[in-house]
Design a protein around this ligand. Sequence first.
Ligand SMILES: [Zn+2]
Length: 414
Amino acid sequence: MYDLLLKKAKLFGQSQGVFDVGIKGEKIACVGCELDEDAGWVVELDGKLVIPGFVDLHTHLEKTLTAHLVHNNSGTLEEAIGNFQEFLLGISPEDIYKRARRAAEMAISQGTTAIRSHITVDPRIGLETIRSVLTVKRDLQKVVNIQVVAFPAQDPTGIKQEQLDLLRQAVSEGADLIGGCPTLDADYRRFTDLLFKLGTELDVDIDFHVDETDEPNVEALEYLAEKTITQEYQGRVTAGHLCSLSAVSDEVAERVIRKVREAELNVVTLPSANLFLMGRGDKQPIRRGVTRVRDLVEGGVSVSYASDNVRDPFRPFGNADLLEEALLTAQIVQMGSPAELERILAMGTYNPAKAMKLPGYGLTSGCYADMVVLSATSPHEAIVSQAVKEMVFHRGKLIVTNSRQTQELWKGIQ
Ligand SMILES: [Zn+2]
């Protein structure tokens, strides 16, 4: 007997037909054409689209919802970083916990069932910030899978041993990965080498912010790809932003994208944040900083999008909603056919799940029942109509319902 039976579901990845999905406990037990086993609860979907939960691969939970507290008058990345680091010195661990938890809850309500978050580790505050977020991770583990990246505060004079020691300590206390911004360090090679030395020693994956600048210089990305190959860390490294890749020549981009694929880097584009932050020194035309998504995808690279900053000094907008990011990405990178929109939807689900190495992710028998029922019948319609995430399931349990109602009262007016 199933605990839950979804009847006549359109499944993301199956272009034809509708399927019944039987769930037992935390997992999908069977996917078939007409399952007739008894079930504790039967939900008739009438062809509605079911997707595996959204996976937000690049967030900053400790920064979310601070836009009203931390200003950014110039709108630049540099001012946002400086002002937020100062702000962090004056707030309590309880305050960080409260906001990070609210940020994760916002994402859950939007159908996100896994989140990776970069959390600042700073010698001036020690590990207080990351400890607060690790507590959120533990407290919400029954409804969302959170991975925490220990993210060293940028030091333009070069990363120090003290900072590396803190990263090591953060991992021993539960951080899943290490990260950082090689491009914003005094020496990107030294930074990359030191972080790889630590990452390989601790046997953790690495997730860098790379080339979040307007400059046509992709040396840091190229070095990261080469380092990943020589260290045999293929598939274990994620590279976010890659804004500079959009500023270099096609020839340079082609060469570097080949290396990125060879290194099996998981690429994350953060279009909403970069559209807001980049090109602040430009007059028209303004460089917008969104990386070459189409070229990367066509070059065989696994690309994801993520929400990055939500209502903080880096970007005052956002709802932690990956379907919103899907529409934005599709429009910016000019991918609009039904087949392309299917690839776009995978960039917020299957691709980031692969980067996070989520076990049992998907919609086949044996996978965890982390699923979203959408008010649409195809990926194309889901993105274009910004479908309602009607039901969100985590490990087989219904954890969120959403609805959107329109009453066309004008029809009664004569
Ligand atoms: Zn970021």
